[in-house]
Design a protein around this ligand. Sequence first.
Ligand SMILES: Nc1nc2c(ncn2[C@@H]2O[C@H](COP(=O)(O)OP(=O)(O)OP(=O)(O)O)[C@@H](O)[C@H]2O)c(=O)[nH]1
Ligand SMILES: [Mg+2]
Length: 458
Amino acid sequence: MISIENDSIIAQCTPTGTGVIALLRLSGADVFAIIDRMSRLPDNQLLSTVPSHTIQYGWIIDEVGNKIDQVLFLVMHAPKTFTGEHTIEITCHNNPFLIESIFNRALMCGARMAHPGEFTRRAFTNGKIDLLQAEAINELIHATNQLSLKQSLAQLSGTFSHWIASLEKKLITCLAYSEASFEFLDDEMEFAPFINEQLTQVLESIVRIKTTFDQQQQLRQGVRIALIGSVNAGKSSLFNQLLGHARAIVAPVAGTTRDSIESTISLNGSQVTLIDTAGLRNTNDIIEQEGIVRSQQEAHKADIILLVTDVSRPFSEHEMHTYNELLNSYASKIIVVHSKTDLPQVHQQSFNHTTVVEVTEKNSVTIEQLKNAIHDKMNNLFARTDSPFLLNQRHFRVLINVEKKLQELLPLINQKHAPYELISAQLQHILEIITQLTGKTISEQGMDAVFREFCVGK
Ligand SMILES: Nc1nc2c(ncn2[C@@H]2O[C@H](COP(=O)(O)OP(=O)(O)OP(=O)(O)O)[C@@H](O)[C@H]2O)c(=O)[nH]1
Ligand SMILES: [Mg+2]
């Protein structure tokens, strides 16, 4: 029976406006009835009769048989398809008017336009993927760096789902032990230590996964690299060199940059935001003071700091103090950059820091060395936050909730006479909360929220 859940839907999967060809996807129960009416193959065969999982060359035709476009059809019978339904993918020429004509023809033949995320939603409803994998598809499409890409691919293949399944298994075992205790009331059997041990393990593994969440969230938005240092140190020159164009004003006047400026570039396969900041110094100028406060905030927010120091003149006491403070607070994320190395260098107190790079304005070799140092720092950063999972706010909220419930439950288990009935009820409740992650029992409303983030054609 055709219903809103399996009626045939169509959408463009490729972005509009670019490329020579476009991919349209048609999925649903009556796809073959629809496509037979709107297509013609060279030998007049019907697409409904060709073998599944084959590519056919042919035309989209209008109601009187005129050709609309010459296309390729990828014919896939259910259930071995992404959505789990009969699916036809049409590769056509990428012209918006032509695509509109194909859509109009499909609508006339009984299809309707798909909503954002509707294909993925059907894949979920038909049990092809769980909710975590559906979310991973969205993450994969929007990944801005190698870390997100790697994690979304892993999540798509079900790593997070397996982790959740292992937690569920432990909780179900605890529930079984707790329920069994009702039957052994008079015996000396001790179930509490086992339950306690299992639940502690579950709690620990949730805490471990949670700890890298904040940093991961930030990295998913793109790595932030802030250029911090004294006035006139050469930060804006370096910022422009890394960008490859003169975005920031460079001048011999100290205090040229008064507010932070951001620009995004692609570095080592990842999207990176570079931030040029106002130089740090003591000043009575209130605008500059505000700029300096912002520089300090940027240093705090950044994943990597390029601490730019002009080595052609001695550091003042104030500078030494500022640099040491920064190094004490953010050692692991700092790359010390010695600037103006083309000028005679004055001998000065060196910092106790491992990553030091020398740069000179307009010298591409030194910039490459700096990019290599940034690359190494980024790899360290990704390695440190290398949780196999790509948590989003929804997962995080669920895990926090589970953690809270477990923390409430553990003291009950450790009571002298453990209240097993209460323990069982709470374990059941925790299991219900966990199933929200994979979507097995997720409410319709929660499901809508997940799929709303998708674009049409996904
Ligand atoms: N010789 C030499 N001069 C440089 C080098 N890098 C920057 N400069 C000069 O130093 C001056 C200051 O450079 P900026 O890039 O504006 O310095 P800044 O750190 O952004 O300065 P503020 O915005 O005032 O904090 C300019 O005159 C640059 O041309 C370098 O490697 N060698
Ligand atoms: Mg500047």
